[in-house]
Design a binder for this molecule. Structure first.
Ligand SMILES: [Ca+2]
Ligand SMILES: [Ca+2]
Ligand SMILES: [Ca+2]
Length: 269
């Protein structure tokens, strides 16, 4: 049972929290009025790259990770609608991640499949489950495509994309580890931060600005948002290529702030 390994998450650490959660140097993206953030490796170098979208924007700004908390502007992707959620994940079985943009209100979902680093084909239109209000994605089985986990009124619905997004296989039921309620904070992301193969939610409580990891065992404090900083979005990805999933945050000024959570795995790996 996946929850058993959650005991490895440290509640506190002697001598302070710096060992388990450390902020990397902040990086100003230059994206004004930022709203959406997604992390994933778009060029196959093992470093999670970023997609950003401003509030009300219809195009994504794509950044390549340098591996040190800094990023290079690489591309702009025209979405054709205003996304409410963007995700960078592997949907086409390649080493290059793909980009997914979704608007739940207008029921638009578009997949941009990577054809070479920071180059995309498509877009491929996807359908949405009826009533979907949010979407998360992670690798949940041995099929190479990441799964889509939709939030619908009756709970969750899981899809595996097949044929580079041209079709979907809907899971007949939900595994036990998907029996969760997402945190109510809108600033939340899903990812396997503890390295046990099962994703957890990381979220920011907006007052007073504290970051938590929500596991089956409860919420664990990860760290405090720097003073005067307000986070608008979170994502999960290994930005520095050390093999540990980092918590990537976007603040209200368009600055990228990365929390290295290596210590959550207690030195494993
Ligand atoms: Ca990369
Ligand atoms: Ca899969
Ligand atoms: Ca990392």
């Amino acid at each position: 049972m996946p929850a058993a390994s959650l005991g490895r998450v440290p509640e506190t650490r002697p001598g302070g929290s710096e060992e388990s959660a450390a902020w990397m140097p902040a990086f100003a993206s230059g994206v004004a009025n930022p709203r959406l953030l997604a992390a994933g490796d778009l060029d196959g170098d093992g470093l999670a790259d970023l997609a950003l979208c401003p509030e009300g924007g219809r195009s994504l700004t794509i950044f390549r990770s340098q591996g040190n908390g800094r990023f290079d502007l690489k591309a702009t992707v025209e979405v054709g609608f205003t996304p409410e959620r963007i995700i960078v994940a592997h949907y086409a079985g390649s080493t290059l991640a793909d980009v997914l943009a979704v608007n739940f209100t207008t029921r638009n979902a578009t997949l941009f499949v990577s054809t070479s680093p920071f180059q995309f084909s498509g877009p491929t239109r996807l359908s949405l489950p009826v009533g979907a209000t949010d979407l998360w994605s992670w690798q949940l089985n041995d099929h190479p495509a990441f799964e889509l986990v939709w939030l619908i009124p009756s709970g969750l619905r899981v899809w595996t994309l097949v044929g580079d997004g041209k079709g979907v296989v809907e899971w007949p039921g939900l595994p036990q580890y998907l029996a969760f309620s997402p945190p109510s904070s809108p600033v939340r992301t899903w990812g396997d931060f503890t390295g046990d193969g099962v994703p957890e939610f990381a979220f920011c409580s907006l007052n007073p600005g504290e970051l938590f990891l929500l596991t089956a065992a409860g919420a664990v404090a990860l760290g405090r948002v720097p003073p005067g900083v307000s986070l608008v979005a979170l994502s999960a990805g290994d930005v520095d290529g050390d093999g540990f999933v980092d918590l990537v945050a976007l603040d209200h000024t368009g600055t990228i702030r990365i929390l290295n959570l290596k210590g959550l795995r207690g030195g494993a790996g």
